[in-house]
Design a protein around this ligand. Structure first.
Ligand code: HEC
Ligand code: HEC
Length: 284
């Protein structure tokens, strides 16, 4: 009954009306319900029943309004089926919010996304981010099967978990969490992402197609890695199953302070916790 809105051809044209969120007028809402009635002979009865048994109004409304998003991002934002449309469910809210801003403000490029988020207020982007971040869904098993030697995979693992001091490269875990499930509120996890998506993102940072709020630590990281290392790293990451606890860590792992050149504008807390000593060096 309720799945018809999942169909891409219907959900996308509805985007403008669905996503207008808090400014959604009663008239628009009524129109939306009316469409449901047209689509399904027993629609009105169903609507009545549905609202009677859904105490979580906010979540339910968000599920409806974000149908246009889940047409691409998979049901409840669990990721699209083709290995590219990224998962949204359970990612840290600050990270998701920053990405929506990045699309809206031209630091990430995907025309359809940009068009969708453009008319929305920043507060509403934040609400959508919060909604998706709170969804807890199991992760699928990893599927990466690209050809790569065991030696290069081992190299990938080493770079992820230990970095490479000779080129000033911290371990990915130092920012993305020991379990690699991300860190609240702004750092995404690196597991459960399809290989194609990981490669595309790292490649986009290399070519400056993707940027984060300045200073952009990820741009700095990929500059210190030749493409073959990036592929070793993504190939290893995309082969790892998720740990039992998939939620992002509450705080960054303890560890050596991040060098000044690797400050992350989108995740100031990464430096804030560790660069306490930096203040005694007289930094503002
Ligand atoms: C037409 C398909 C499509 C629709 C509709 C769509 N997205 Fe996306 N979205 C994408 C693609 C593709 C990417 C990855 C783009 C890239 O390569 O950077 C993306 C990326 C994202 C990201 C970044 C994810 C990450 O882990 O970095 C967020 C957040 C997001 N979308 C949220 C939304 C929301 C919220 C909506 C509804 C308002 C939406 N998307 C609608 C296709 C879509
Ligand atoms: C200095 C801290 C830091 C280190 C070290 C670091 N990252 Fe990141 N990474 C970030 C931050 C912060 C973001 C979020 C950027 C944004 O807001 O767009 C991010 C985002 C990413 C993303 C985008 C995820 C998505 O869902 O789109 C990928 C992929 C990534 N990092 C891979 C890596 C890899 C691989 C390594 C190790 C080689 C690494 N990172 C090391 C801070 C770091």
């Amino acid at each position: 009954m309720r799945t018809y809105l999942n169909r891409q051809n219907f959900a996308i044209p509805r985007a403008a009306a669905d996503l207008s969120g808090p400014s959604h007028t009663r008239l628009q809402a009524a129109k939306a319900w009316f469409f449901k009635g047209l689509w399904c002979a027993t629609g009105l009865i169903a609507v009545g029943l549905a609202s009677a048994k859904t105490p979580a109004r906010f979540a339910d409304d968000m599920a409806e309004r974000t149908r246009a998003c889940t047409a691409c991002h998979g049901e409840q934002g669990r990721a699209g089926p083709d290995g590219y449309y990224p998962r949204l469910a359970g990612k840290p809210a600050g990270y998701l919010h920053n990405q929506l801003r990045n699309f809206a403000q031209g630091r990430r490029h995907y025309e359809l996304m940009a068009r969708m988020v453009d008319p929305l207020t920043d507060a509403y982007l934040g609400e959508m981010a919060q909604y998706f971040s709170e969804l807890k869904l199991p992760y699928p098993a990893p599927t990466a099967n690209n050809t790569i030697t065991p030696e290069r995979l081992a190299k990938g693992q080493q770079l992820v978990t230990q970095g490479d001091a000779t080129r000033g490269l911290p371990a990915c875990t130092q920012c993305h969490g020991v379990r690699l499930t991300g860190v609240q509120p702004n750092v995404p996890g690196l597991l459960g992402l399809p290989l194609d998506y990981l490669n595309a993102q790292l490649g986009a940072w290399q070519t400056k197609q993707r940027r984060a709020h300045a200073p952009d630590c990820m741009a700095e990281i990929v500059q210190r890695m030749p493409s073959e290392d990036l592929i070793a790293v993504s190939s290893w990451l995309a082969r790892q199953p998720l740990p039992v606890e998939t939620r992002p860590a509450e705080r960054p792992p303890a560890g050596p302070a991040l060098p000044e050149a690797l400050r992350c504008g989108s995740a100031p807390e990464l430096s804030a916790t560790r660069s306490a000593p930096a203040q005694s060096r007289g930094r503002p």
